[in-house]
Every structure is written in structure tokens, then in C-alpha cells.
Design a protein. Structure first.
Length: 64
């Protein structure tokens, strides 16, 4: 037989879990040191430069 679930409690638990996940993401994003942010920015710039260097000069897309 199925368990009886209080919908109000389930809704609050889901909202609490979503808030916890959002808080964890914010801690990860905003809890970085200046050096970590700079390293991530430099890594992204390196990846962008590598990707731009691999682009075709004529701008044509490959047909597959």
C-alpha cells in the first residue's frame, strides 16, 4: 500500500532542496579568490584562442 504524503511538507522539502542547490552554486561562483577567477578567465581565453585558430578562413561550414 502507498505511503500517505503531506503535499505541503513535500513542497517545502523540494523548495528547500532547490534553495540549497542554488546556494551551493553561488558559493562556488562567488567564493573564488581573485587568483582563481583570473586563472579561469585565462583558461577560457586560451580555449577561445585555440578555437578561433582552428576556424576555416573562408567561413564555409563542413557538409556531413
Amino acid at each position: 500500500m502507498a505511503d500517505i504524503v503531506n503535499l505541503r511538507t513535500a513542497r517545502k522539502a523540494r523548495a528547500r532542496a532547490e534553495a540549497d542547490a542554488k546556494a551551493a552554486a553561488n558559493r562556488r561562483l562567488h567564493g573564488q579568490t581573485k587568483a582563481e577567477k583570473r586563472a579561469l578567465r585565462d583558461e577560457q581565453a586560451r580555449r577561445d584562442a585555440l578555437l578561433d585558430g582552428a576556424r576555416r578562413a573562408d567561413g564555409a561550414e563542413r557538409e556531413e
